[in-house]
Design a protein around this ligand. Structure first.
Ligand code: ATP
Ligand code: MG
Length: 163
């Protein structure tokens, strides 16, 4: 059984993340999703708690086998991969388009798959949080599952207050 690892902050979980997971799921049997900066919530850059982000993901994925793990930050690049490995089950590959993450996992001997960006101009956490602050439309950029959690948690209002 092949397992791929994907790590993100998912603030919020958007359609770019969904496409990335669907892209990886074509190659492997199961996806291990790591919620990065899991200790963070209620800040401008990290408005949602790990539990809220987990619900966004669980409500948005269907037909894909996955497991979710919380990964708190450690501010040490050298220890990052061993930190992640202590938390998640064994994986065969890492899917990422982040340069630093790619280098750290490669240096640790992991197989790294580069992925494309899907409509990065719009499908971006920073873009979505920025649009909410600016009062611009954003709802089409997230899956229904995220929208539901954003409504339950008054996510829009929270982002505006924090911003
Ligand atoms: P932020 O702007 O808050 O950093 P983000 O959109 O970059 O949010 P992250 O949670 O930082 O989202 O990213 C998690 C992973 O998803 C990273 O590997 C990132 O490169 C990837 N990713 C984010 N947006 C896209 C996209 N549109 N297409 C493909 N991959 C994406
Ligand atoms: Mg990012």
């Amino acid at each position: 059984m092949q397992r791929a690892l994907i790590i993100g902050r998912f603030q919020p979980f958007h359609i770019g993340h969904l496409r990335l997971i669907e892209f990886a799921a074509r190659d492997v049997d199961s996806i291990i999703i790591g919620i990065g900066s899991s200790q963070e919530s209620n800040t401008k850059k990290n408005p949602f708690s790990a539990a809220e982000r987990r619900r966004m993901i669980e409500n948005s994925l269907s037909g894909i086998k996955f497991e979710i793990f919380d990964i708190p930050d450690i501010s040490n690049n050298e220890l990052w991969v061993s930190h992640v490995r202590k938390i998640v089950p064994e994986f065969d590959s890492v899917y990422t388009n982040a340069k630093l993450e790619r280098r750290l996992f490669r240096e640790a001997g992991c197989k790294v798959r580069e992925t494309p960006f899907f409509n990065r101009g719009n499908y971006s956490g920073t873009e979505i949080r920025g649009r909410i602050l600016a009062g611009e439309h954003w709802k089409s950029l997230v899956p229904e599952g995220t929208l539901k959690v954003m409504e339950e948690t008054k996510g829009e209002e929270r982002i505006r207050k924090l911003g």
